[in-house]
Design a protein around this ligand. Structure first.
Ligand SMILES: Nc1ncnc2c1ncn2[C@@H]1O[C@H](COP(=O)(O)OP(=O)(O)O)[C@@H](O)[C@H]1O
Ligand SMILES: [Mg+2]
Length: 576
């Protein structure tokens, strides 16, 4: 929690102002009981009307000053807390933006969403409370007791006895509540996960009529959270009645001893009234503090969860002395590269060595799970190899200026995401200020201009979140167009033609080749027809390259390739 609060540094001025106002507020609250006791003892008992009026006016002024300060404190507390949490959210978002796939896997998408929304809100609400109480409550406790001693030491002792009892109760209750709060946030994560899975996967859920099972899964998670939430609330809610009991017993004690002393003439009625009010003030302070303590476990769990994300060091960082090669020809070279996921001992791919030359098409073919995507995701450094090097124009990609590297690569991932917006905004994703000409050229290469022009609004037709309102083949073509609209000279297509019919597939590839002349093109595919014209074909099996050459060469030298080709081409009609 404290670590997170370091971000408050930029709000020092507002915080100082707030503290000053807090002092005014505390002063006015402490003054009022003394004033009242004076009015009773001097004004009411002695029948001095003038004194009552003057003292009354002063009391009103003090109250006004106190109220105005309280409003000011509330204003600054909210302003600082909200501003601070907005900053944190921004920081979190920027930080997550730099995460590699590895880190996303580690925390989980739903949890990241909860942490950047709900968790920050919890911290914000707590911070507002904290600001309003942190200084006020101790001043009122100490001030109340000091003033009480001035009035009457015997009665003040009652307050001194009450306070530690209250504190002990607070500690006991909150200690037992803390672990419950932690598990509550985890359960909220679970609920969010199920909601997210069901919203994004609504088609699958319906198609497999899994609604009932999913509803049950959700209900279980939801009830689990409810149970935990109730448990924590029950624990916290024992605080207030206990507190009230102690306070009421305290009041009775003050009246009991006070009554005896009044009848003995030691103190006056006003003094005893003032003491009761001090007791109330102290109670008020303690209640506020207990609220803080009640909110604190949850908020600090939330703060920890935020810090946990902020403290993850993205594995892929920009190089210390980033390099950019002198000649950007576009040679991509793999030297004995091994990639493993997470802490897995068995690598997903190993011993990968090959070179992709500019002006040529290099293809990778292999069964699903053979490691094709794993190989190419290392080129734009979505993941780094555990062994070996990937070089672009002779520079190790880990030493390459990360932005410059990625700008050179037009990458179409296997699962191409579209963003909510228009067709134009999706194609011009790499550069908002892209000219219409460039957008249309890219669409033509991807053979997307045809279906785009049939849309009601053409390029301005809306695209839904995740691109759910266009067909699979259209989505793939838009993703290809998005890559073609960049100024890259290395293009990487991860199974990007799978949803296209053979004719479109061939047309897209021909257009890509024509428009990219000297560029390096790397194509991952499962269909032999898609890659048989490539200058070089790599055959992958179980994380290794088991064959390399042209279509004709591989038919002769690579048994697995021959087999794939035979079964796939048997139907015929796949040639360009
Ligand atoms: N994010 C990941 N975490 C752990 N293992 C993964 C991950 N992605 C892929 N793998 C594993 O790596 C292997 C290669 O997968 P992948 O490169 O996607 O194959 P392909 O693209 O050829 O279908 C598979 O065994 C797969 O289970
Ligand atoms: Mg793949």
């Amino acid at each position: 929690m404290l670590k997170l609060y370091k971000g408050l540094k930029s709000y020092v001025k507002q915080l100082i102002l707030m503290v000053l106002l807090l002092f005014v507020q505390a002063f006015s609250m402490l003054m009022l009981p003394s004033m009242m006791s004076l009015i009773i003892d001097r004004g009411v008992v002695q029948g001095d009307m003038n004194y009552i009026v003057t003292a009354g006016i002063i009391m009103i002024c003090i109250t006004l000053a106190g109220s105005v300060s309280a409003i000011g404190v509330g204003y600054f507390a909210s302003k600082v807390a909200v501003g601070f949490c907005t900053d944190t959210r921004k920081k979190l978002f920027r930080h997550i933006d730099r995460f590699t796939m590895e880190e996303f896997d580690k925390v989980g998408t739903s949890s990241l969403t909860t942490r950047s929304t709900n968790d920050i809100l919890q911290v914000q609400n707590f911070t507002i409370m904290l600001f309003r109480v942190i200084i006020l409550a101790p001043i009122m406790c100490i001030g109340g007791i000091t003033l009480a001693f001035q009035k009457n030491a015997t009665l003040a002792m009652v307050l001194v006895v009450c306070m530690p009892v209250i504190v002990v109760f607070l500690v006991l209750v909150l200690r037992s509540a803390f672990p419950v709060f932690r598990s509550m946030q985890a359960k909220l994560d679970k609920v969010n996960l199920i909601i997210r899975e069901n919203i994004t996967g609504v088609r699958v859920v319906r198609a497999f009529t899994a609604e009932q099972r999913e509803e049950k899964r959700f209900e279980e998670a939801n009830e689990d959270m409810t149970r935990t939430s109730t448990k924590s609330q029950v624990k916290v809610s024992t605080l207030m009645p206990l507190l009230m009991l102690i306070i009421n017993l305290g009041t009775v004690a003050v009246v009991w001893f006070g009554g005896q002393q009044i009848s003995q003439g030691v103190i006056q009625v006003g003094d005893m009234m003032a003491l009761i009010q001090y007791l109330m003030l102290i109670m008020y302070a303690l209640v506020m503090m207990s609220l803080i303590f009640a909110l604190m476990p949850r908020a600090s769990v939330c703060a920890e969860r935020i810090m946990e994300v902020l403290e993850i060091k993205p594995a892929i960082k920009d190089a210390v002395n980033p390099k950019i090669p002198e000649k950007k020809t576009g040679i991509v070279e793999f030297r004995d590269v091994t990639l493993a996921y997470g802490n897995s001992d068995t690598p997903a791919v190993s011993g990968i060595s090959f070179t992709a030359m500019p002006g040529q098409t290099t293809a990778i073919i292999g069964a699903t799970g053979s490691g094709k995507s794993s190989v190419i995701c290392m080129i734009p450094r979505l993941r780094d190899p555990v062994q070996g090097t990937v070089l672009v124009d002779g520079v190790d990609v880990r030493e390459y200026d990360l932005d410059a590297l990625r700008k050179r690569i037009g990458y179409v991932p296997q699962k191409s995401n579209l963003f909510a917006g228009t067709i134009r905004s999706n194609i011009a994703f790499s550069n908002e200020d892209m000219s219409d000409g460039q957008v249309e050229r890219a669409a033509r290469i991807a053979q997307a201009d045809d279906f785009i022009s049939k849309k009601e609004l053409g390029y301005d037709d809306p695209v839904a979140e995740g691109g759910t309102n266009v067909s699979g083949g259209q989505r793939q073509r838009l993703a290809i167009a998005r890559a073609m609209a960049t100024n890259a000279n290395i293009f990487v297509f991860d199974d990007s033609f799978s949803a296209l019919d053979f004719k479109t597939d061939a047309a897209v590839r021909r257009a890509i080749r024509e428009s990219t002349q000297d560029a390096t093109v790397i194509i991952v595919a499962q269909r032999v027809g898609t890659i048989m014209n490539a200058d070089k074909i790599l055959v992958m099996d179980q994380g290794k390259i088991i064959g390399e050459g042209t279509h004709e060469e591989l038919l002769r030298t690579c048994g697995i390739y021959e087999q794939i080709a035979k079964t796939q081409l048997a139907g015929g009609g796949e040639e360009e």
